[in-house]
Ligand binder design. Structure first.
Ligand code: FAD
Length: 291
């Protein structure tokens, strides 16, 4: 099913995310993870795209398994930083052949030392959006950044570029993770004032690993809240306690988001079905009255 249709039909859309295996030998654990995630009854599951592009066949394989074997809508991420226009063209047609209707069009992070863009490559995600749009029949999502994209020094410019990306043919947006819901509300307000009125799914990351989260936040330009820092300081050395606190924090964030009228929640489950199952179970009655 097209994801934009879900936003028309559902009061709230709940989605999960997995990343594909880097090597073929770890394919089965990812399949096992998506099978377990299906018990969360998600509206769709997204599959990320390896930064270097080398695992694109695994994104296709896992997205296709979700779509065709589990009968759950899949959203395939596609980034253009390390694949030429011709390679991208081939990938889009492979996604179509696999029955995948939803693509998250991304630029991807530019690897250190890379001369970018090389001849025959797209420079920005909006160009990829235009390309997918020109092929017809895909529902196209794109990324947005409540705290601004890390490369863009001026938030107002970032929002202007986002508006241009949306106008090039996006059907919905998915946000970068954030830990302060007020940052999200302010972003949504400013986006709407700019005329960005397509559905926005908000990305929530349950934090269960202290070192990993510090690194991810530095890379993504996401701020940790004082409340969250206190949790990491106190429980960072105790994986089980941090996991419990991370699940509680994400649950609390989602309750506030849903109560404030957010229509799409995307949980960055990162191949951890137990974490997703716990959060969805914590929200069972809330989702019942909101769906
Ligand atoms: P763009 O929209 O092209 O923006 C990139 C930068 O260029 C921004 O700073 C923007 O302000 C600026 N810009 C845009 N248009 C213009 C213009 N016309 N002129 C000048 N400047 C401009 N990465 C992966 O490798 N694989 C994934 O699966 C993946 N999934 C993601 C999912 C989500 C929900 C999010 C939020 C991010 C994801 N990323 C993923 C990371 C993403 O690829 C990086 O954040 C990347 O650096 C930017 O990608 P983009 O699509 O937002 O780029």
């Amino acid at each position: 099913m097209r994801i934009d249709k879900m936003f028309q039909n559902n009061d709230i859309t709940v989605s999960l995310e997995v990343f594909p295996p880097k090597v073929d030998s770890s394919y089965q654990p990812v399949i096992d993870a998506v099978e377990k995630l299906s018990a969360c009854n998600p509206d769709y599951i997204s599959v990320t795209y390896g930064a270097g592009g080398g695992t694109s066949k695994n994104t296709l394989g896992i997205a296709s398994y979700i779509q065709n074997k589990l009968n759950i809508t899949s959203l395939a991420h596609l980034s253009c930083v390390s694949s030429s226009r011709d390679e991208i063209s081939e990938l889009i047609e492979k996604l179509r052949s696999a029955g995948i209707e939803n693509i998250l069009a991304l630029r991807g992070d530019i690897p250190d030392g890379m001369v970018f863009p090389e001849a025959g490559f797209y420079k920005y995600a909006y160009q990829l959006v235009e390309e997918i749009k020109s092929r017809g029949n895909f529902c196209i999502g794109a990324a947005c950044y409540p705290e601004g994209h890390i490369e863009c020094v001026n938030k107002a410019d970032d929002l202007d570029y986002l508006k241009a990306k949306v106008d090039s043919g996006c059907d919905f947006l998915v946000t970068q993770m954030f830990f302060d819901n007020n940052v999200l509300y302010s972003f949504l307000y400013n986006a709407l004032r700019k005329g960005i009125d397509i559905p926005v799914t908000v990305g929530v990351m349950p934090v269960i690993n202290s070192r990993q989260i510090v690194r991810i936040c530095q890379m993504a330009g996401t701020s940790l809240t004082p409340k969250f820092k206190t949790i990491v300081d106190k429980f960072g050395n105790s994986p089980e306690a941090l996991k419990q606190a991370g699940i509680a924090y994400a649950t609390d964030q989602i309750i506030d988001l849903v109560a404030n009228g957010v229509k799409g929640v995307h949980i960055y489950t990162m191949n951890k079905p137990d974490v997703a199952l716990k959060i969805i179970s914590n929200l069972s009655d809330i989702l019942k009255v909101s769906r």
